[in-house]
Design a protein around this ligand. Structure first.
Ligand code: FAD
Length: 294
């Protein structure tokens, strides 16, 4: 919760964008997408191949819209009401404007053709969220639905029937920098290396993540004072993955919480989620242990 005066000062001094409202869409793990019910490809074949397309038939589309309109929404605090901008309207609010609004907007199938060469009735696009492609963002699905409702309703897409939600969509007041254009991985300002930001304002999301960012900034300062290179944690650890998130150029930068999807992928694929998470955790702890023993 950065005061208005401080927000203005930060904006004046560091330029770059300062966001005041966080309207983020859910993220699912790449492993959990049912590729038999999806197809890859950019609209009109123009783009960087970062999209996975989840089609709906006509019946599936109207069933989805009905559930979306009747789903439970999270309670917005007084200070959060009335701040929603057209560009980040919650998907459920857009749907309330008319049953066909979404298929001419967020779910428009134009320029997309399935394996059968036909254009689906409606399509949800998933965009790669991180360099390693282990996490995908539901494009345009910023939402204020309660988390269990997001899982229930968004899993109505056949490609997402077994989806693993790494982060749910949220809509709340939140002041954060467009960190990749302002900060380095050690949380210092790229063109002012002795100035550090920490906490939610850097684009990490949550109590523990904010505290961890403060710790990482402090470790970098301690390294500097000890005449050592400033430490950046490995991407096999959540600390390192968050440092990569805030410092990797990204057009649609959104705050990120700690989740298994942002960790560097394992060298070998483990299908079972529990086993995979256990292997990811073991590796992360080994990395942190070796750092603390240094
Ligand atoms: C409604 C809501 C629910 C949340 N629920 C959860 C949850 O369940 N789990 C979770 O992990 N996270 C949750 N969060 C996110 C969590 O609150 C933040 O991630 C965390 O508080 C960020 O910590 P911070 O220290 O970066 O910022 P803050 O906690 O916002 O602290 C910033 C401090 O700076 C002070 N300040 C601002 N401007 C100035 C100034 N000019 N001079 C001096 N001081 C100033 C503010 O008064 C404030 O005390 C929630 C957030 C909200 C809004």
């Amino acid at each position: 919760m950065t005061s208005d005066a401080l927000s203005k000062d930060i904006q004046d001094k560091f330029g770059g964008e300062l966001h005041f409202f966080d309207a983020s869409a859910p993220i699912v793990s790449a492993e959990s997408i049912d590729y038999a019910c999806a197809f890859t490809g950019d609209r009109y074949g123009k783009g960087t191949g970062d999209y996975i397309n989840c089609p709906l038939t006509k019946e599936e589309y109207y069933a989805f819209v009905d559930e979306l309109l009747n789903a439970e929404r999270a309670h917005l605090h007084e200070f959060e009401k009335g701040e929603i901008f057209e560009g980040c309207m919650p998907i459920e609010v857009m749907a309330s404007r008319g049953k066909d609004t979404l298929r001419f907007g967020t779910l428009k199938p134009v320029g997309l053709f399935g394996e059968d060469g036909k254009r689906p009735y409606a399509v949800l696009q998933l965009r790669k969220e991180n360099e390693t492609g282990t996490a995908y963002n539901l494009v345009g699905f910023q939402t204020n639905l309660k988390f269990p409702e997001q899982k229930r309703v968004f899993s109505m897409f056949p490609a997402l029937k077994n989806a693993e939600f790494l982060r749910y969509g949220v809509m709340h007041r939140n002041t954060y920098l467009h960190a990749p254009s302002v900060l380095s991985a050690d949380f210092s300002v790229t063109n002012k290396r002795n100035l550090f930001f920490a906490g939610q304002i850097t684009g990490v999301e949550g109590y523990v993540e904010s505290a961890a960012s403060g710790l990482m900034a402090a470790i970098a300062i301690a390294d500097e004072l000890a005449g050592k290179p400033r430490r950046v944690f490995p991407k096999e650890t959540v600390c390192g993955a968050l440092q990569a998130h805030i410092s990797t150029p990204c057009k649609d930068f959104q705050p990120m919480n700690a989740n298994f999807g942002i960790l560097a992928p394992l060298p070998t694929r483990i299908k079972d989620k529990k086993e995979r998470y256990a292997a990811l955790s073991r590796r992360a702890i080994e990395r942190i242990k070796s750092i603390s023993e240094e």
